[in-house]
Design a protein around this ligand. Structure first.
Ligand SMILES: *Cc1c(COP(=O)(O)O)cnc(C)c1O
Length: 237
């Protein structure tokens, strides 16, 4: 199967899951995770109608953005974020899904170029504890969200999680339900959030069942990842 065919299969999975779990058709946005994939693969996905791309490794992403400057691709940063990378994320991306502390959020807001609209951000929550050390703990999420929502050059869109891999729908749904409940709590406390960023190739259905509005899909679209980037220590996944 080529990339256009795999994209078609992913769209069919999404539509089927929306139907099965009573979600509105088309209510779940597809982010194509293109880390380690060549520019030609992104061009193939663009030609097949895919618009939003997620990248984890900053230098790799900047190189690809330059090569694809002639396209309307929308860029989402989904990798681990350290202070020394905020300027490039603020300058070159439309979204950042991995804000997990106030210091990083403040820098992104300060460094967002004036001529661009506010940077869309999600707060990454360490929902299942053991999967990765990234993300704010659930107990700290409300305070961080309230602070991030005040920053002038950021637009807080919602929460993101990267739970530990699990087998089976019920086990996959549990941490995703916890993220949804946390988001509902924030909304009821007055934050206008519209994005729940969760679900990957292996747990797309569980994520749609629990209310994901954006799924981040890599291998199901592009096949196995191509290489380990030179700076692969930035993010283990
Ligand atoms: C790599 C990655 C994905 C995509 O994972 P697949 O299993 O290839 O679909 C999604 N989210 C994040 C944060 C990732 O790093």
């Amino acid at each position: 199967m080529d990339i256009a065919q795999r994209l078609q299969v992913v769209h069919e999975r999404l539509r089927a899951a929306e139907h099965r779990f009573g979600r509105d058709p088309g209510s779940v946005k597809l982010l194509a995770v293109s880390k380690t994939q060549p520019v030609s693969a992104i061009r193939a996905a663009l030609a097949a109608g895919q618009h939003a791309f997620g990248e984890n490794y900053l230098q790799e992403a900047l190189d690809k953005q330059q090569a694809l400057a002639d396209t309307p691709a929308e860029w989402h940063f989904i990798g681990a974020l350290q202070s020394n990378k905020t300027r490039d994320v603020a300058g070159h991306f439309d979204w950042c899904h991995t804000v997990d502390r106030l210091k990083i959020a403040r820098r992104l807001s300060q460094q967002r170029p004036e001529e661009r609209p506010p940077l869309n951000v999600c707060i990454q929550v360490n929902i299942s504890g053991e999967a990765s050390k990234a993300g704010v703990l659930p107990a700290g999420a409300a305070e961080l969200a309230a602070q991030v929502a005040e920053l002038p050059r950021l637009r807080l869109r919602g929460l993101m999680a990267l739970p530990a891999p699990a087998e089976g729908l019920a086990a996959q749904r549990r941490p995703l339900a916890a993220l949804r409940e946390l988001q509902e709590h924030l909304v009821s406390s007055g934050l206008a959030l519209d994005t729940l960023s969760m679900g990957m190739s292996g747990d797309l259905e569980a994520a749609v069942a629990e209310g994901a509005t954006l799924v981040r899909i890599g291998t199901a679209i592009f096949g196995p990842r191509q290489t380990t980037p030179a700076n692969g220590k930035e993010n283990k996944r």
